[in-house]
Design a protein around this ligand. Sequence first.
Ligand code: FMN
Length: 217
Amino acid sequence: MSASPDLDARRLELQQRGVSERDLATDPFVQFHQWFDLCVAEGMHEPEAMILSSVNEAGQPSSRHVLLRGVDHGFVFFTNYESQKGVELTEHPQAAICFPWNVIARQVRVAGTVEKVSASESDAYFATRPRGSQIGAWASRQSDVIADRSVLEGWYAEIEARFAGIEVTRPPHWGGFRVLPVEFEFWQGRESRLHDRFRYRHDADQSTGWCVERLSP
Ligand SMILES: Cc1cc2nc3c(=O)[nH]c(=O)nc-3n(C[C@H](O)[C@H](O)[C@H](O)COP(=O)(O)O)c2cc1C
């Protein structure tokens, strides 16, 4: 399947050019922003969509998309704390993220520990959401089994009536998580499967520095 002609051209150019050690920023967050900004500049659809994997008590991983809503010293997204992912990340605060930017032959992986963002951060972000999404955050008991769609619509109508004419406050079960990276990998697709892969890991002495290694594709 083909992306837009512009993205196709960009993908070919990036595949031919490749990535070498001297191209890389010493700070993986800087490197992430460079690649993310290129996706935005190229008009890629939802470059902020990332695949988040959590793990349950049996060690079973599960993955789903979430939207990246901010990058500071970690990767922030928002969700229902009582959903499957919410429970798993609370009980086992480790996660992996993958940005599947395959339309330009790139992928970024992040692995790290997880924390909840502060209530004030969640409040501030919730306040920016459209009213329908705010009501939906109350109405959706995310990951629960429901009999049919009318159940969901009934909950929505109930919440709409409860907040009629007043501001919708953030539900206590809804908020942000931050993935704090211990490892990044930047992958650039190349011809003949001779891809460029670079892994950043914290220095062994746990200082703030990162060591970079090239991995075999
Ligand atoms: C592109 C895309 C972005 C999504 N963004 C979010 C998000 O930011 N937060 C969220 O809770 N669910 C998001 N979802 C829905 C999740 O993928 C998932 O279905 C939902 O969170 C329930 O996951 P869980 O049952 O594993 O907890 C998104 C889905 C897609 C396809």
